[in-house]
Design a protein around this ligand. Structure first.
Ligand code: ADP
Ligand code: ASP
Ligand code: MG
Length: 416
């Protein structure tokens, strides 16, 4: 008997029929003697619909009110799933984030979980009830509803698993595991049986939508055994088979000994690039530019600075597309009066493509192979950044799919 958390994404919860299937699967685990907590997302498309409604009223929706609206999709899901389980004769109880409570900071639309009270959850589970908790939402210190950022139900699930010290967190989704790249872009992508925590962290941080990055961070910090698997299989398939399906995130690097140098290609279309040209090249300039950006709570990803012979420097960085306009605004109103750049420009039609693999630590020539295959496709590289286990390039958005497929092939990641 184990303590298990299941997470079901939007597609898995996409219709009442699918929700009934989720209930059958959960009932199967329960009948086998496991204690199960379930964290569902909103039904697919619902969060987009809700945010769309908000934007019809306010182009830049007030973040507190936006969270009030966007969080409701998950509330519908927990209620429906609880009913579906009761219809099967199980005892089930649904909770919103604030009822648990899942406490977060007050950074609306991208709040961070600070603590989760395990008492109510464990008391219910010990009494034989299936506990169903809204993904994506929490409550701030003043009692306001917050949301955890898009894809945040993954994080809710892993955080709940960490809080109740679950034996395993199973992330059920619309693919049967983590692939070498998004199978929607490269149909020849290969499923990985295991992926190291570090590689998963890089892939998520570089834009792989399969798991929200913070969920991977939680898994690493609390050593939560996490598996990604399909919710679209027969819900009554043998438990033993289901338990070993999908992709396991492992904390042991030994497992990857036989894997390729590169384990995956990630891409991210959510960023925009901002460039300041002709900025005086003197101490403190990076701080003068990025200080106000950070004060405006805008996250910066890649940064490049190039000094020219005339004593000025060009400074480029990337931000999330949602914050692109806000960042340009801050630069023009707060930064420019102090630094007098010759030009401030931006481009939101960019994409970041990355190769990830812990094998990079012990192999040379990965970067040159990457640059060569991009050049063979005629793709210009605008920015480059590297870490011990990844290389990322920023390119024109229109070449994204071409670049992903070319790199997937160049690094021999295709199915055999
Ligand atoms: P859910 O609604 O279950 O949270 P998501 O849409 O958030 O599902 O994540 C699953 C999707 O992630 C898949 O349908 C797939 O298109 C995409 N994806 C991106 N990168 C990968 C990858 N490396 N492996 C598998 N799926 C990926
Ligand atoms: N429903 C939320 C979203 O669409 C959270 C999630 O699906 O994980 O982003
Ligand atoms: Mg998701």
């Amino acid at each position: 008997m184990a303590l298990i958390v299941h997470k079901y994404g939007g597609t898995s919860m996409g219709s009442t029929e699918r929700i009934k299937n989720v209930a059958k699967r959960v009932a199967k685990w329960h009948a086998a003697g496991h204690k199960v907590a379930v964290v569902p997302s909103a039904m697919s498309g619902e969060t987009n619909r809700l945010i769309g409604l908000a934007k019809e009223i306010q182009e830049q929706p007030d973040p507190r009110e936006l969270d009030m609206i966007a969080s409701t999709g998950e509330q519908v899901s927990v209620g429906l799933l609880s009913m579906a389980l009761r219809a099967l004769g199980l005892e089930a109880v649904s909770y919103a984030g604030w009822q648990v409570p899942i406490k977060t900071d007050n950074a609306y639309t991208k709040a961070r979980i600070e603590s989760i009270d395990d008492q109510r959850i464990l008391a219910d589970m010990n009494a034989g009830r299936v506990v169903i908790i809204t993904g994506f939402q929490g409550v701030d210190p003043e009692g306001n509803i917050t949301t955890l950022g898009r894809g945040g139900s993954d994080t809710s699930a892993v955080a709940v698993a960490a809080a109740i010290k679950a034996d395993e967190c199973l992330i059920y989704t619309d693919v049967d595991g983590v692939y070498t790249t998004d199978p929607r872009v490269e149909p020849n992508a290969r499923r990985l049986d295991v992926v190291t925590f570090e590689e998963m962290l890089e892939m998520a941080s570089l834009g792989s939508k399969i798991l929200q990055i913070r969920s991977v961070e939680f898994a690493g910090k609390y050593k939560v055994k996490t598996r990604v698997l399909s919710s679209l299989t027969d819900p009554l398939m043998p438990l033993e088979e289901e338990m070993h399906s999908g992709t396991l995130i492992t904390f042991e690097e030994d497992n990857t000994m036989e894997q390729a140098v590169i384990s995956g290609i990630a891409f991210n279309r959510d960023e925009a690039k901002i460039t300041l040209r002709g900025v005086p090249d003197k101490p403190g300039i990076a701080f003068q530019i990025l200080g106000p950006i950070s004060e405006a709570n805008i996250d910066v990803d890649m940064i490049i600075q190039n000094t020219s012979l005339d004593g000025t420097t060009d400074f480029s960085f990337t931000v999330h597309r949602n914050e692109y306009k806000k960042a340009l605004d801050v630069l023009n109103t707060v930064v420019q009066p102090n630094i007098h750049a010759k030009e401030i420009s931006g481009d939101d039609k960019i994409c970041k493509v990355s190769a990830v693999g812990i094998g990079m630590r012990s192999h040379v020539g990965i970067a040159s192979l990457m640059f060569r295959s991009l050049s063979q496709e005629g793709i210009n590289i605008q920015m480059i950044s590297t870490s011990e286990i990844k290389i990322s390039v920023v390119i024109d958005d229109k070449y994204m799919e071409l670049a992903v497929r070319a790199l997937h092939k160049a690094f021999d990641l295709e199915q055999v």
